[in-house]
Design a protein around this ligand. Structure first.
Ligand SMILES: [Zn+2]
Length: 162
């Protein structure tokens, strides 16, 4: 069964070479063993607090596991950057902390969403959306996950309103 499934996936990739379907062989975090998400090397370069001589030209992944101290790891060469090697406190690793940013581009902390009245939460989401529409965000350079924060903000706001 598994073999058949793999064959089907290969056929789909051949037909649609730009497909973003998850690859079955995505490298796993060397610490927690869960598959991370692809992150641009530029994001790693922007976010680490170590010499960029250590950021060799290879593929990097972001580990979002809360309990795992690894933030970035390489597909090859065994490179890892942990929470203390990153210039920002990483939301996924410490979302219980009030002062951690959930939106790094427009500077909304966990507290500003979680401890705010519902109308302020909605105003923050509208402000972030306006910023995105005005092309003012730089998620690939500011947010450790390298992608837009809005799903995280929405999730946090939904949790807070329960
Ligand atoms: Zn991990």
């Amino acid at each position: 069964m598994r073999w058949r499934g793999l064959l089907r996936l290969e056929q789909r990739v051949t037909i649609h070479p730009m497909s973003t379907a998850p690859r079955p062989d995505k490298p796993r975090c060397p610490q927690c063993r869960l598959a991370g998400s692809t992150v641009a090397r530029e994001t790693v370069q922007a976010l680490v607090s170590v010499s960029l001589r250590q950021v060799s030209d290879t593929a990097y992944y972001f580990c979002a596991t809360t309990s795992c101290p690894v933030v970035y790891y390489s597909a090859e060469g065994g490179i890892t950057f942990g929470v203390s090697d990153v210039r920002e406190a990483v939301y996924q690793k410490m979302s219980n902390r009030d002062d951690v940013f959930v939106c790094y581009c427009f500077r909304y902390t966990v507290s500003a969403i979680r401890n705010a009245p519902p109308e302020s939460r909605e105003a923050a989401i509208q402000d972030i959306r306006a910023g995105i529409q005005a092309n003012q965000c730089a998620c690939h350079l500011r947010n450790p996950q390298g992608t837009c924060c809005l799903p995280n903000v929405r999730r946090l706001a939904a949790q807070a309103s329960q």
